[in-house]
Design a binder for this molecule. Structure first.
Ligand code: PLP
Length: 384
């Protein structure tokens, strides 16, 4: 038979998925490797989906999503960002990952260079390669709180650079970019005429300081803001994402949606609409819980004298394993085998994190604390 897709066959394997697969084979292990809230979707959201089903709302919807959901997304972001977003600038997608895919497909051509953070969620690199574009990592230095400096980005720009991907608050580092960093990125984007794909899916999860949206500084429609319901409303399985972009880009993203999904799932769109219009107590309560978990985990690392990077947002913590003579994947697999704790190997997020591992505070408090204690014991045992 003829050769299958070279592009897809050559995509890097996600180190997170590898650990997830390995963890499934280890009964009773503590799962700190996955970035998923451990809460179930609030009842008022599920009720809206049930009602939609009972009302027979089970057909195709318009490609960019139902009008009422696009309206509430436009209103919600307009209010929070202090800008005027029109409904024609909103596309509803199958999760934020589909919004990122549609965004890249809409702005780039094969061979274009896309700047991606290092470390970053590994799917950015896959998506870029999947579109036959070239991922060019820019470092997010740990000694700068994982925020890029101007030269970290500017030195990577060439005449082939089409766009920069940005993620604040960050997965995996928990960094929340300062206003200064956000302004610097926008200045570079304008100076070199780059599009900005800004993944702000963790915008609600900031413990200290404030979230600054790149979209709020967008003067000429170069920023595509990507977000979604997965993390904020514990709706990972519903697959609802959204993108906010210029009408011109939205038109192309709609074409991408036609090819990928047609439209996001009808009842899930109704659920997402309810998530935004309904009471927001769940969001407040879950943020307080994530913060308590972060504080408890950081305290254990401090008591044990194990180095971790204090995160100001998202629900991840990066832990330093440079003292152990192992690469991050070897470390993660050995920790799982010996102490039954699954963590994400830092190397999967980029070269600069190859001496780190990531844990997620999406896990319940007792498991998290026990997992962190075992992790500290393991690090101390294998310290060179
Ligand atoms: N963006 C970031 C930074 C993420 O960490 C994730 C999921 O882990 C996503 C996007 C994907 O979100 P969704 O479930 O909406 O596709």
């Amino acid at each position: 038979m003829k050769e299958l897709s070279k592009i897809v066959q050559n995509l890097p394997e996600s180190g997170i998925r590898k650990l997830q697969d390995a963890a499934r084979e280890v009964p009773d292990c503590i799962r700190l490797e996955t970035g998923e809230p451990n809460f179930i979707t609030p009842k008022y959201i599920c009720d809206a989906a049930k009602k939609a089903m009972d009302d027979g709302f089970t057909k195709y919807t318009p490609v960019p999503g139902i009008k009422t959901l696009r309206e509430v997304v436009a209103e919600d972001f307009s209010k929070r960002l202090g800008i005027d977003i029109k409904i024609s600038e909103v596309v509803i997608t199958g999760g934020a990952v589909m919004a990122l895919n549609a965004a890249l497909g809409s702005i780039g051509n094969p061979g274009d260079e896309i700047l991606i953070p290092d470390p970053a969620w590994p799917v950015y690199e896959m998506l870029t390669l999947g579109h036959d574009m070239i991922p060019v990592p820019y470092v997010m230095p740990a000694d700068n709180g994982f925020e890029p400096r101007r030269e970290d980005i500017e030195s990577r720009i060439t005449d082939k650079t089409k766009a920069i991907m940005v993620n604040t608050p960050s997965n995996p580092t928990g960094a929340v970019f300062s206003e200064e960093t956000v302004k610097m990125i926008m200045e570079l984007a304008e100076k070199y005429d780059l599009y900005v794909i800004s993944d702000e899916i963790y915008d609600f999860l900031v413990y200290e300081g404030a979230h600054y949206s790149l979209k709020s500084l967008d003067k000429d429609g170069r920023v595509i803001l990507v977000s979604g319901a997965s993390k904020k409303y514990a709706m990972t399985g519903w697959r609802i994402g959204y993108a906010i972009a210029s009408e011109e880009i939205v038109t192309l993203m709609n074409q991408m949606m036609v090819m990928m999904m047609g439209n996001a799932t009808a009842v899930a769109q109704k659920a997402a609409e309810a998530s935004i219009t309904g009471p927001q107590d769940f969001v407040e309560e879950s943020v307080a819980i994530y913060k308590a978990r972060r504080d408890a985990a950081v305290e254990i690392f401090r008591e044990e004298g194990v180095g971790c990077y204090y995160p100001h947002g998202s629900f991840y913590i990066m832990v330093d394993i440079a003292c152990c003579d192992m690469d991050s994947e070897e470390f993660a697999l050995k920790l799982l085998a010996e102490d039954k704790v699954a963590v994400a190997p830092g190397g999967t997020f980029g070269k600069s994190a190859s001496q780190m591992i990531r844990i997620s505070c999406g896990t319940d408090m007792e498991d998290l604390k026990e997992g962190v204690r075992r992790l500290c014991r393991f690090i101390k045992k294998y310290t060179k």
